[in-house]
Design a protein around this ligand. Sequence first.
Ligand SMILES: [Zn+2]
Length: 235
Amino acid sequence: MYHEQRGHITLVTGPMFSGKTTELLRLHGRQQLAGKRCVLVKYAKDTRYDENLIATHDKHKSLSNTIKANELQEVYGEMFDEAVDVVAIDEGQFFSDLADTCERLMRARKIVIVAALNARFDRKAFEQVALLQPNANEITLLTAVCDCGENAIFTHRKSAATEEELIGGKEVYKACCRECYYKAESEMHDGENIYPKKMVDDFFMTSTRLHISPEKKPRLDGRPLSPRTASKNGH
Ligand SMILES: [Zn+2]
């Protein structure tokens, strides 16, 4: 019995150097083997892995089409083409219209595979990736390997630059486990508290919105909670 294709989103996420693009290409390659018509979208300003992508696609060139865009809207013609079954998007965090485009692709019953960073260098969310997550059918979190041998879940930026989009490789970024991330951040800030007050405030602003009692905030100076607060918590 013939089933009409349904919309499906797979999000492949993780820090830098965790093999997200490799996994994206593996999933994309399987769809090509299944005879699906695929479009692979790359971020235009990211020219690091050009050669790899072209090499990977040599075998199935007839079924695949690699296109570059700064915003996904620029390539709607290719993505929403009726003949296209699968849309694979690399470096999804860089597209300002990622979440909205994926929803439109679902309504057009496309299969979508997105590779995107799990967090910014400061462990905050990329807005578009955060918006996409609740709409995904599958989420795969890949890890890289930290220098210490642990699984690396964060991306540490070696430079003090703070702009969100700074494209680079191992000269700028390093994948770290939690302990090594704290250590690297602390060293970068001359040993100063790695939880600057603002970061804690940002976190608890979120908690307040989630109706978590402000009394459960840990003290910033590391001292135990006051007896009044402690008794309220039943201790
Ligand atoms: Zn480590």
